[in-house]
Design a protein around this ligand. Structure first.
Ligand code: F6R
Length: 606
């Protein structure tokens, strides 16, 4: 979602701000802008669409000054347009904002009552006008910002820049993350450390309710109670090289290809020294847990749905899985003995974070499975388990999904060991299979050409159905989500057994049906469902293994063959063809693979 950057530098701010915004592009946006203070004068430039439009504008209308703020906007209030783009400016104050100001209508009415006019429908303009109002009341810039922030309800991150102030930035955080970067006689602000990576690796994360007054030589942070707060400055190890495309055409392609490597790292991280059991950074007593509640959104939710099968089958644990936006408002009971597990790549998803806070004080233990180790969800959990996927830039989650699955499977094996539902030999066998997973993933990646050919055909259609049974059902859901989000083709997934209960009415010769079916205990049943599709002229793209392909030879329209593997690992392996199918279909259609329309990487609003 929206990205914020700020700089109090030693060099011209505009190129630094645009470069930092480029590094936030992955979050998703539809307009961008920057503001600077030059010899006391506050000015701004804004443009709709990609950052290149802002860069072009800056060529013709440069902005000078060594202090500035910048923003990529993902529209919430008001359409993507220049007038709605940030920074918003009201007289001597400019503001950039991520999140939503929930009480902006009341504040707007209050300001309107003072005779103040509005140029936009946005909540952010209200913040700028409120700060201007407090300045006109005789407050200093810091006081005006402090009084403004105190009036705001909602989840937001803000940065303020003031006319006449070449050495002042104000940053405030309530709900949306914000980091301050420390340079040599320079200071920076960013929505995340990635934005600031080329400038500094010394980062201070603001806590909930923090209000920071920043100059080139100082950082003063006050907490939600107005008390001076001492926040730790950390050195972040962001490998710069991992934030480029590494020779691939898109970040998504690079991230798909990285899976054998990062999954191998995740497996090693959680393996005991002898390789025969799972080791967690801190023990969980699974024998005292009688219910597991898993909550997440989107792809992370499908990782949870998959893990439900594992925890139930391997560890005999009752599991409930819920979409975070539903869970948080349903007010579900959280009985004693519940472990609440939250899965999130970004660790900042607003609904997942709110669901975690709902469970705080109710669940016996709060565990999270996250990619961003410094994220709010990680920090607010009793135990945060990193998935070690590395920075994921493509908006469509790929390597984070399979790393989430890997960590969740290892957690289920740990639960099975403690609860005595699997023997030590069985666990050692599964772990040995997990160690072989990177090699199998490499073989799956070699199917790229066959998958790309099938994708050329999918790109010509407008609807695709995905079917799967057992562990392949959540993966079918994920495959359909991947396809629709990056190729804009309508895709739906069903449990194969549900086909006859309605969706079969859709089948005709124009309808491709992707069937995910390793040759496992459920293969025969899925093959029957596949025959039902074929009998009605449907075109089947079958993703299976050698035995499955031999058993159905000639039946399917296209067959994609995966290596054989322990059935428990098939969701991780079969994610690769699902991702490649979506990727190549989007490529064939020429859509924006890494930043699909309307989508944001880090969903920090409800
Ligand atoms: C889809 C996708 C989204 C995210 C969802 C949750 O490819 O990436 O569905 O999975 O927005 O995000 P996180 O995992 O950051 O909580």
């Amino acid at each position: 979602m929206c990205g914020i950057v700020g700089v109090l530098g030693d060099h011209e701010a505009a190129p630094i701000l645009v470069d930092a915004l480029k590094r936030l592009e992955y979050r998703g946006y539809d307009s961008a802008g920057i503001a600077t203070v030059n010899e006391g004068q506050l000015d701004r430039r804004r443009a709709v669409g990609k950052l290149v439009n802002l860069s072009d504008l800056l060529v013709h209308e440069p902005l000078l000054g060594k202090a500035g703020i910048g923003h990529t906007r993902w529209a919430t209030h008001g359409a993507p347009s220049v007038i709605n783009a940030h920074p918003h400016k009201a007289g001597p104050v400019a503001v950039v904002h991520n999140g939503i100001i929930e009480n902006f209508r009341e504040l707007r009415a209050e300001l309107a009552g003072q005779g103040i006019d509005f140029a936009t429908e946005t909540d952010t303009e209200t913040v700028a006008l409120m700060a201007q109002y407090y300045l006109e009341q005789g407050n200093s810039p810091v006081e005006a910002a402090r009084k403004t922030v105190a009036r705001l309800d909602g989840a937001f991150a803000l940065a303020f820049l003031f006319e006449g102030e070449n050495d002042l930035l104000i940053a405030a955080r309530k709900g949306s993350p914000l980091a301050v970067g420390h340079g040599e006689g320079e200071m920076f602000v960013g929505s995340d450390a990635i934005a600031l990576a080329p400038m500094t690796d010394k980062i201070t994360y603001l806590d909930e309710g923090d209000f920071a007054v920043i100059t080139r030589e100082s950082l003063e942070i006050r907490d939600a109670n107005g008390e001076l707060a001492n926040r730790e400055m950390r050195t972040i190890h962001l490998d710069d090289a991992r934030i480029d495309k590494g020779g691939h055409k898109h970040f998504m392609a690079k991230e798909i290809a990285e899976q054998p490597l990062v999954i191998g790292e995740a497996v090693r991280h959680y393996l005991s020294a002898d390789g025969n059991s799972v080791e967690l950074p801190e023990d969980i007593d699974f024998t005292s847990i009688n219910r597991l509640t898993m909550v997440a959104c989107g792809t992370a939710f499908y990782a949870c749905l998959t893990a439900k099968y594992w925890f139930e089958q391997l560890a005999q644990m009752p599991v409930e899985v819920d979409i975070a936006s539903e869970f948080r408002y349903r007010e579900p009971p959280v009985p004693g003995g519940t472990m609440a597990l939250f899965v999130s790549q970004s660790g900042e998803t607003a609904d997942t974070l709110a669901a975690l806070r709902y469970c705080d004080g109710k669940a016996d233990k709060i565990v999270s499975v996250v990619n961003v180790a410094e994220s709010s969800i990680a920090r607010e959990s009793d135990l945060a388990l990193p998935i070690l996927a590395g920075v994921e830039v493509g908006v469509a989650s790929t390597k984070a999904f399979t790393c989430q699955l890997t960590v969740l499977l290892m957690l289920a094996l740990k639960a099975a060991e403690q609860r005595g539902t699997l023997s030590a030999e069985d666990i050692a066998d599964k772990l040995s299979a997990l160690r072989g997973l990177p090699a199998a993933l490499n073989t799956a990646l070699e199917q790229d050409g066959v998958i790309a050919a099938a994708a050329q055909k999918l790109a010509e259609t407008s609807d695709v159905l995905f079917l799967g049974r057992g562990l392949m059902y959540p993966l079918a859901l994920e495959g359909a989500l991947k396809l629709k989000e990056i190729s804009y083709i309508h895709a739906e997934a069903y449990a194969s057994g549900e086909l006859k209960h309605g969706p079969i009415a859709l089948i005709d010769k124009t309808m491709p049906v992707v069937v995910m079916a390793p040759y496992d205990a459920l293969f025969d049943k899925t093959r029957s469902n596949m025959q039902e599709v074929l009998a009605r002229g449907g075109k089947v793209v079958l993703i299976t293994d050698r035995k499955g392909a031999d058993d159905t030879s000639g039946d399917s329209w296209r067959t994609i063959v995966m290596p054989e593997i322990d059935p428990i690992l098939t969701p991780i392996l079969y994610a690769v063809p699902a991702q490649l199918l979506a990727y190549h279909t989007a490529e064939a259609k020429g859509t924006d693979v890494d930043q699909p329309r309307n989508l944001a990487k880090s969903v920090t609003v409800e």
